[in-house]
Design a protein around this ligand. Sequence first.
Ligand code: C5P
Length: 239
Amino acid sequence: MEKRDIIHDGVSIKIFGTDEPDKVLVHFTDDITAYYKIKKAVIKDKGLYCNNISCMIFRHLIRGGVPVHFIQQVSETEQLCRKVDVIPMEVIVRNVIAGSMAQRLGLQEGLVPKATIFDLCYKSEELGDPIINDYHAIALGLASREELDEIYAVTKKVNDILVPVFKSAGITLVDFKIEFGRLPDGSLVVADDITPDSARFWDTETGTRLDKDRFRHDNGKVGLAYKTVYERLKQVTDL
Ligand code: C5P
């Protein structure tokens, strides 16, 4: 497999074409940003930790029967994936109240809701990724009713698989964001990584934040937190 031109130049991931038109190479960088790129830094080895965490999670999801874009890990910072048409919509799962949900509804961080919460956001950096509902998603042509039903079912399955995995690593999976893409035949796959950049991981015993909130809130030891997630997941059997 040969690496070709860059096709997506993101902050934390860069995507390259390959000599196989249906496959892309996803490269994880050490760059980190928050608050729509107002805050920027470089965290040593973040790309390595995020790629390895993402690969472990994808391998586990594949074993659980979840359709994903991931094919295989290529190096410490790269993974080979199927090329997809990404739907510009974020699906957020919240098992514990935190972040924007706590702020928007005046709720206490750490509160466990009576049911798992699923949010949809329209992916637009200029608009600040505004929250939308199913009616918006269908009306805007982002997804059909049937596709939304599948997106919710797959997202719930991802959560049901990952909550116990993280629990056995001593980590509470507070919330996470995923995106979906369409393969050439129109079928949906999870086309986004779950890493400390896009999820909240709290140490179950101490409540210590092991994710990007450390960077957002200037708590320090960002790299160490990512490394902790990576090393704890590695300890979990069969990951
Ligand atoms: O900001 P908020 O609390 O809504 O984020 C919920 C979860 O989704 C967090 O884990 C956050 O890191 C992730 N997220 C993301 N990208 C966004 C918005 C949220 O990865 N654009």
